[in-house]
Design a protein around this ligand. Structure first.
Ligand code: OSB
Ligand code: MG
Length: 371
């Protein structure tokens, strides 16, 4: 297949308002800033990527600004004009930069897109996925109970197979149980984003009666020991999200029994290459995976869907339609959920390009790097 030489990289810093405020106990999100990347190779292929870090460090330590800095100062100068025969080679090339997983993931993704395009195959096929339709789930992150009920009703009407409810110490388990009982065809997940503590394990235990398929990240990523204590007392399996930033974190979860299920966010683990290594380990250890979202544009969604075609992915992920968080996504074609499913692309690579007109409209900064 030959070596891929990286000739040019373009970064687009974009900002798009959300249709509706996204509310968790940690943060209200009203707009999404992000860095979109285009990578040009020596044969004229363009690979795309998306950095999932947020504007401020409320969810992870990386932000749009830190990622831009890491890309501009260290990552891009290191890889420009270099040749790669496989995207996995980026790892050793960038190992002199500590962590900065989301920034690294951006270039890892663009190179995977190019890698698959050069083989004339869809990415999901290149990574060994199967051509099934991907079951779609949606998140409900509402400001109050009335809004939550309306959001659940609309998600069910749209055909989503699974609904993820944001919970906190203020949620009422009895109400949630009643709602979940009303929709026997729909899977319900809870996501606590670390809202519980060692002193409030008893509050969390009340959610065992609700009928949730799983509870995502009940305790903060610093509290895996407490998570293990609580998991022993509860039937509902915990799925670790924030706690999983590396393959070592997965092993720690298995050893400590702090959770039973892994939420993969490719950005947080440094890209698709590391996510694939984690997938392989989880399959060996018989640990189910599902794919989490971070209020993403279609480029990132496209990588998530490709990953979800792998056989170790056992539950519907955070896969909402391109028009869920905003009216217009920044990629083309857009990603659309139909009857609760998303079809995998048949075109080479990741299957989406940037919608240049819309990117231009929402762009706040652009920078070109030439070899
Ligand atoms: O914890 O999964 C999370 C959004 C932003 C940050 C963290 C999380 C989320 C979501 C959104 O739950 C899921 C989605 O994008 O569909
Ligand atoms: Mg989560």
């Amino acid at each position: 297949m030959g070596n891929i030489r990286i000739q040019r990289i373009t970064l687009h810093h974009v900002r798009v308002p959300l249709k509706k405020t996204f509310t968790t106990h940690l943060q209200e999100v009203l707009e999404r800033e992000s860095i979109l990347i285009e990578m040009l190779d020596d044969q004229g292929n363009i690979g795309v990527g998306e950095c999932v870090a947020f504007t401020s460090p409320w969810y992870t330590e990386e932000t749009v600004e830190t990622a831009w800095l890491a890309l501009e100062n260290w990552i891009i100068p290191t890889i420009l004009n270099q040749t790669f025969s496989h995207p996995d080679e980026l790892d050793s090339c960038l190992s002199f930069i500590k962590r900065n997983h989301m920034a690294k993931s951006t270039v890892n993704h663009a190179l995977w897109d190019i890698f698959a395009q050069r083989q004339q195959k869809p990415l999901w096929q290149v990574i060994g996925g199967t051509s099934r339709a991907i079951e779609a789930g949606v998140v409900v992150a509402s400001a109050n109970e009335a809004e939550m009920n309306a959001d659940i009703e609309s998600a069910v009407t749209l055909g989503y197979k699974r609904i993820k409810l944001k919970i906190s110490q203020l949620s009422n388990p009895q109400n949630l149980k009643e709602i979940i009982t009303q929709y026997p065809q729909t899977l319900f997940f809870a996501d606590a984003n670390g809202a519980f503590t060692e002193d409030t394990i008893d509050l969390l235990q009340a959610f065992d009666e609700c009928g949730f398929t799983l509870i995502e990240q009940p305790f903060s990523e610093q509290q895996n020991r407490v998570s293990a204590m609580a998991q022993k007392k509860m039937e509902t399996p915990f799925a670790l999200d924030e706690s999983i930033a590396s393959i070592q974190d997965v092993q720690e979860m298995i050893d400590q029994q702090s959770g039973k299920i892994i939420v993969i966010k490719q950005g947080r683990v440094g890209g698709l290459s590391n996510a694939l290594r984690i997938h392989e380990n989880c399959v060996k250890a018989d640990v189910p995976i599902w794919v989490g979202g971070m209020i993403e544009f279609g480029v990132s969604k496209a990588f998530n869907i490709a990953f979800a075609s792998l056989h170790g992915v056992k539950y519907p992920g955070d896969f909402s339609s391109s028009n869920h968080f905003w009216d217009y996504d920044l990629c083309e074609p857009t990603i659309d959920v139909q009857h609760g499913e998303i079809l995998l692309p048949t075109t080479p690579g990741i299957g989406v390009k940037l919608n240049q007109k819309l990117v231009e409209q929402y762009e706040v900064r652009r920078k070109l790097f030439n070899a």
